[in-house]
Design a protein around this ligand. Structure first.
Ligand code: TTP
Ligand code: MG
Length: 594
């Protein structure tokens, strides 16, 4: 389906507006083409006096005829201006509305897509679609659509006048039109892939820019500035080349059209002239024809620009509509789970999972996470601990096996209810640009200030927040970059605490704070985790020492499980880790003295 068709199918609400705008454009052209006829009528009055066309309508007196004509002229030109105004108003507002709608729809849709979609696509690329590509549409709808309709109207209206005036020569003026139409369609087909390539390169630049600006500190610290400039240079060069190839073609259009038009124009001039000389064509009709041929054919030269706008807009529209057509592959469940009914017992039953095409991360994992208890996961880096959390939140579905909450498969539950029940402090803390207070209240925007402070106290964050320049109103910067790692982490703990969820997940929640602060946070958690399902992931075993049950993960499987005391005494990974962390095991080199 052509992008325009797709857009039409999409913009159901705006179809009537588009139709009205089309009518306005048509009327605008109708009144715009009237002046030559009015001039003709004026000449007619002066030459034929009491026998003029107006006299046929019953206006006998020549002076009155002139006045009537003047009133008509005034009205018609007035109407032309009026319809020019309303058509421009309608088209431009239509452009704004469709653009707004499309942007909101596309963003809403993208937000609803599952996480894996975002992992496979560069953020900058998506940004280009949601911003640049949506905006391209405006350019075409603003003026292009109006142009196309007015050109079409010109051809039809002048055609009618011509065939009424002088059918014997009229066809000559129309000779170029089939060629122009044929050429335009060919031209569009060739141009389409070229503009698609341009948009792709534009997105590429966008994603590179957003990536680089996000990683500016890394670029600087590895003195990679020159390399990055060169890399961007390459991308920009490709964009330029893609555009060049489109420009080469699009610039040739107008001149070619002009030549075809010239043929039609000259034919009318010559053959009309011959007929006129022979006396078979009225001199007046001949001059009107030559004059109108200009008005008929000239606007067609503008088609080049219009098609150019059109192609650019359609290349972008396709990209936006493609995003809108991306289907959500994680289907939402139907069973509601109000927060108050959540018990909080999770179970992984023989779960196997891999990220898209990647290697197996969880390999037939079976784990019980009892309700209202603290369950800990340890294991080497890359063992699949964070992956486990992502499955709990149903960011992904297992490849086989199932994950249940209170005995129900997560796939049955309404995903919003599920996530509403879980508070997560994730390993990669993300703060939004805004105040400390807004960041803590992110999961509960209507929270009272006292509750925010209480949550901050539990997270051992209140003290440092009060020392910030504007306290709770301090702006944290993009991604919270104006705060230290440990500060960010504590804000994200406060954020999870504030929503007071029945299930709390702490993935390396205290890994960036000092031991003393960690111990203080730990004491808060000990109070918090009473009667709450708490899942703790930590490398520092002191953090999970008092968990009710500890699972040791190794290569996507449970290697060991038990309490700290049981595991510390048993032979295995855990006791090994424990002795390293408590300093009982030393990896000494030969000859080294203890
Ligand atoms: P994680 O589950 O993130 O490992 P982890 O949380 O146990 O490790 P850490 O202690 O360092 O936090 O990743 C498990 C594997 O999955 C790892 O090999 C990387 C891979 N992986 C992907 O392939 N795609 C992804 O999007 C993620 C997050 C991980
Ligand atoms: Mg992890």
């Amino acid at each position: 389906m052509s992008p325009l068709r797709r857009l039409w199918e999409y913009a159901t609400e705006y179809r009537s507006d588009a139709k009205i705008a089309t009518i306005y454009s048509f009327l605008n052209k109708l009144f715009d083409l009237a002046p030559p006829l009015l001039i003709g009528a004026a000449v007619d009055i002066v030459v034929r006096r009491e026998n003029s066309i107006l006299a046929d309508f019953g206006v006998e007196d020549t002076r009155t005829q002139i006045v009537v004509l003047a009133v008509m002229t005034f009205t018609i030109w007035g109407l032309e201006s009026f319809f020019q105004y309303v058509s421009s108003l309608k088209w431009r507002n239509l452009a704004q509305s469709i653009q707004h709608e499309l942007r909101m729809d596309a963003y809403g849709h993208v937000q609803g897509l599952e996480l894996s979609y975002f992992e496979d696509r560069a953020t900058g690329d998506l940004m280009a679609v949601l911003n640049d590509d949506v905006n391209q549409l405006e350019r075409f709808l603003d003026t292009g659509a109006d142009d196309v309709i007015q050109t079409g109207a010109t051809v039809v209206l002048i055609g009618i006048v011509f065939f009424v005036l002088a059918p014997s020569v009229a066809w000559m003026a129309f000779i170029p039109i089939p060629f122009i139409l044929w050429g335009s369609i060919r031209y569009q087909r060739t141009l389409e892939p070229r503009y698609a390539a341009v948009r792709e390169q534009a997105a590429e630049i966008n994603s590179q820019l957003s990536n680089n600006l996000g990683g500016i500190a890394t670029i600087k610290s590895f003195i990679a500035e020159k390399r990055e400039v060169a890399r961007l240079g390459d991308t920009s060069q490709r964009y330029r080349e893609a555009n060049r190839s489109a420009i080469k073609l699009s610039s040739a259009f107008s001149p070619l059209i002009r030549i075809v038009i010239l043929v039609g124009f000259t034919a009318t001039l010559v053959f009309g002239g011959f007929q006129s000389l022979d006396g078979s064509l009225e001199v007046g009709a001949y001059s009107v024809m030559v004059f109108l041929t200009q008005r008929l054919l000239w606007p067609l030269t503008r088609l080049g620009q219009t098609f150019d706008l059109y192609q650019r807009a359609m290349a972008s529209t396709s990209r936006v509509l493609n995003v809108l057509d991306t289907e959500v592959s994680l289907a939402d469940g139907t069973v509601a789970l109000p927060r108050k009914d959540v018990d909080g017992a999770f179970a992984f039953e023989n779960v196997t999972f891999a990220y898209s095409e990647g290697p197996v991360v969880l390999d037939g994992l079976s784990v019980e996470i009892p309700a209202r208890k603290t369950t800990a996961f340890v294991g080497s880096t890359g063992a699949g601990k964070t992956t486990l959390v992502k499955l709990l939140l149903r960011f992904y579905d297992p490849v086989s096996g199932r994950v249940t909450l209170d005995g129900r498969d997560l796939r049955e539950l309404q995903v919003n209810d599920l996530r509403h029940a879980i508070g997560v402090v994730s390993q990669d803390v993300f703060l939004f640009h805004g105040s400390v207070r807004d960041n803590i209240a992110y999961g509960k925007p209507d929270a009272d200030f006292e509750d925010i402070v209480r949550a901050a106290k539990i997270a051992e964050a209140d003290e440092f927040i009060n020392e910030l320049a504007d306290g709770y109103d301090t702006i944290v910067g993009e991604r919270g970059q104006k705060l230290s790692g440990g500060q960010r982490q504590r804000i994200s703990i406060a954020r999870a605490v504030l929503i007071d969820p029945p299930i709390l997940v702490l993935d390396e929640a205290t890994s960036s704070v000092d031991n003393e602060t960690e111990a203080a946070i730990q004491r808060s958690f000990d109070r918090l985790s009473v009667d709450r399902t708490t899942i703790v992931i930590a490398h520092r075993l002191s953090t999970i020492r008092y968990a009710d049950r500890i699972y040791v993960l190794d290569r996507g499987q449970v290697a060991q499980q038990g309490t700290h005391d049981q595991l510390a005494d048993a032979e295995g990974i855990y006791s090994g880790l424990w002795s390293v962390q408590t300093g009982e095991a030393h990896d000494r080199r030969p000859g080294e003295v203890a």
